[in-house]
Design a protein around this ligand. Structure first.
Ligand code: UDP
Ligand code: MG
Length: 321
């Protein structure tokens, strides 16, 4: 029987500072595991998401030193969602595990995840943050509210604190890849495809080096992305609000007609105009979000463009020699 391969997928955006540390750690884990399970082998697939620092040079060096190190380098920054997708699309393993380069997802969890999945009990093992130590209070509050809202209005259950650190079977990878949508919100996609998932509870770990690229604003936009990608409830909300105001307006007009009152008072008019104008704008905004998404889907653009891989690099160099 051939060996079973684990593909380690690592999205990297300006990670030159932590990559050497990450490499040491992941190699330790891989050595330990291949000693314990001789039928296992590894590939390390790094996705260079248009880094502006020396990340690509490091990846080139690693892949020259050890053929288990592969990389896909984007032609520019396409975002972590695209990087994860590229990883899943280009990996060759029987299992795939996605983790961050900054050691916030400790590679030492991989053996435990492998055990859960390889004995056939689970299809996927993921970590779930149970504490938000070291995170700004306001951010924690917004994150908690986001999970509450999305789980109320979407049929897809999204586990609070679930991270992108996931170990899964080839079946699950293929299921994820069968979802062709452009607007990808992985947390939703992972749970939409189903499969039995074991959540391992972890404490929050801080970045080993470098700095995060997620600002509060980026996270807020990302949460909105999640809601509109996995729920059409805001559309209904705007319909209902529109209806309520319509009924209200008709009732007021009828009352004025029947009672013969004069609906005077500039204030009343101004308030009403503002109110209705506001509601309309809000509804249009929500509608616009969905139209924008449909527009992007219809265009069918690729989620990322590959600039270089270890193979392309090798071929280019042998031609020059
Ligand atoms: N990342 C990426 N593309 C981006 C931003 C981030 O591939 O546009 C990668 C980054 O290199 C890291 C992971 O995604 O491996 C998580 O990013 P980060 O640590 O900045 O996010 P946080 O841990 O703060 O959520
Ligand atoms: Mg991080």
């Amino acid at each position: 029987m051939g060996k079973k391969m684990i593909s380690v997928i690592v999205p990297c955006y300006n990670e030159q500072e932590v990559l050497p540390m990450f490499r040491t750690e992941i190699l330790n884990v891989a050595d330990e595991m291949t000693k314990k399970y001789p039928g296992l082998e590894f590939e390390f697939l790094f996705i260079n998401d248009g880094s502006a620092d020396g990340t690509l040079e490091l990846l080139r060096k690693y892949s020259e030193m050890d053929c288990r190190f592969r990389y896909v380098s984007f032609s520019r920054n396409f975002g972590k969602e695209s990087a994860m997708l590229a990883g899943l699309e280009n990996c060759r393993g029987d299992y795939a595990v996605i983790l961050d380069a900054d050691l916030q997802h400790p590679p030492s969890y991989i053996p435990k995840m492998y055990e859960y999945v390889s004995n056939g009990e689970y299809d996927c093992a993921a970590t779930r943050r149970v504490s938000r130590k070291g995170e700004p209070k306001l951010l924690s509050f917004f994150s908690a509210s986001f999970y509450k809202v999305i789980n109320k209005i979407s049929q897809t259950r999204i586990v609070d604190g679930a991270q992108d650190f996931r170990f899964m079977t080839r079946q699950m990878v293929d299921a994820i890849l069968s979802m062709k949508e452009y607007n990808r919100f992985s947390k939703g996609i992972f749970s939409w495809v189903g499969f039995k998932t074991k959540y391992i509870e972890v404490e929050n770990t801080e970045r080993a080096a470098g700095k995060t690229t997620w600002s509060f604003w980026k996270l807020l936009m990302y949460s909105f992305e999640g809601i509109t990608a996995f729920s059409t409830a805001p559309l209904y909300l705007s319909v209902i609000m529109g209806l309520v105001f319509l009924v209200l307006a008709v009732a007021m007009a009828v009352k004025t007609l029947i009672c013969g009152e004069d609906m005077s008072g500039d204030n009343l008019i101004v308030t009403l105009v503002c109110l209705i104008g506001g509601v309309q704008l809000f509804c249009m905004g929500v509608l616009g979000q969905y139209i924008a998404k449909t527009y992007m889907e219809v265009k069918g653009r690729p989620r990322y463009i590959i600039g270089e891989t270890e193979e392309i690099y090798r071929q280019r160099r042998t031609k020059n020699d």
